[in-house]
Design a protein. Structure first.
Length: 334
């Protein structure tokens, strides 16, 4: 068994969710027999062990004599390649995608442009840059309104539905863009999609991933305008994950095929959650999340549990994958 440093918290708006996810991962690793060292990343960027001792980082020096690091960090400064680059400099194995895969999947516009180049089906979208919005917002609004209504306005580089808003009327588009621009200078506006909102979990190396059973996201709210926002994701009882999703065998196979393909195209490794819209036989990829939530209400663990992989076995397998990748990379010449 391994000595594992579990990183939780971080500088992003998803700090509190990350702490909850990290606590669940730490418990799962202990149940699997690993030694766990919990490291809290403060909002101001400081690192400390659970007893409050500050953590000193030395390039090439590893981290707290741990064999591997499990970064359970959501959003900027944790899921976007920054921490992954730091861990590379420390020369310590870590769970999850490397710098490139993390950065690509964190940036919705870059990810979707990559999928377009590869011919992966997605919902239609338009980019909005702060400079273009400031220079000629009428031209931007004309492009966005061509997508039809409603549209979904999102910061390009945030997660957990932070800064996202639906615009159901033309009058709601500009305020939604303004709000998203508070979080990111680059915004994506997506057309609406119909059908089942489905998720599946990916596990394994970048060139040979395994895909779990597929679940359907069902909101428990009776509000007809409800959507899968931050509260629905992280409030117990806010959503129900129905496994297996009520889709056809053909659509099921297509979801799993596209999940594995997107995982490889985006240079992911270890894990990701893939989100889709399924309407009959039409399957549209929404996004990949390289460090999905690991809380009690999170989909990633539930999807693997339904596929026969218990939570302690899941986190233990992720640790093994991280060690295997690090060993492979050490054979390469730079």
């Amino acid at each position: 068994m391994s000595r594992v440093a579990v990183l939780g918290g971080g500088r992003s708006s998803e700090h509190d969710v990350s702490l909850r996810s990290a606590a669940a991962v730490a418990a799962g690793l202990r149940a699997a027999g690993h030694e766990v060292v919990e490291v809290d990343l403060a909002r101001d960027g400081g690192w400390a062990t659970r007893d409050g001792a500050p953590v000193a980082l030395t390039p090439g020096g590893g981290l707290l004599d741990c064999d591997v690091v499990f970064p359970v960090l959501h959003g900027p400064f944790g899921e976007d390649g920054t921490v992954q680059g730091l861990l590379d400099l420390l020369d310590v194995p870590y769970v999850g995608s490397p710098v490139l895969g993390s950065a690509v999947c964190m940036d919705k516009l870059v990810f979707k442009d990559l999928m377009v180049a590869a011919g992966v089906p997605q919902v239609a979208y338009e980019p909005v840059h702060a400079r273009d919005w400031a220079a000629d917002r009428d031209a931007v609004l004309a492009r966005v309104q061509a997508l039809g209504l409603p549209v979904w306005v999102k910061p390009s580089r945030l997660g957990s539905s932070v800064g996202i808003a639906p615009a159901r009327t033309p009058e709601e588009i500009a305020p939604a863009i303004e709000d998203a621009l508070r979080h990111d200078a680059r915004v994506i506006v997506e057309a609406s999609a119909t059908g089942v909102e489905a998720e599946t979990a990916v596990l394994g190396s970048g060139d040979a991933p395994t895909v779990s059973e597929i679940g359907q996201i069902v909101l428990t709210s009776t509000d007809p305008d409800a959507w899968y926002d931050y509260e629905a994701k992280y409030t117990p009882g806010g959503m129900e994950l129905r496994i297996p999703a009520p889709i056809s065998p053909t659509a099921r196979a297509r979801v799993q095929e596209l999940a594995a393909r997107a995982f490889t195209l985006a240079c992911c490794d270890g894990l990701a959650r893939a989100d889709f819209f399924v309407d009959g036989e039409e399957v549209l990829l929404n996004e990949l999340n390289t460090l999905p939530g690991f809380t009690a209400t999170s989909a990633y663990g539930k999807l693997w549990e339904s596929s026969g992989v218990a939570y302690p076995d899941l986190v233990s397998r992720l640790v093994a994958l991280a060690l295997e990748r690090h060993e492979r990379e050490r054979t390469q010449e730079f």
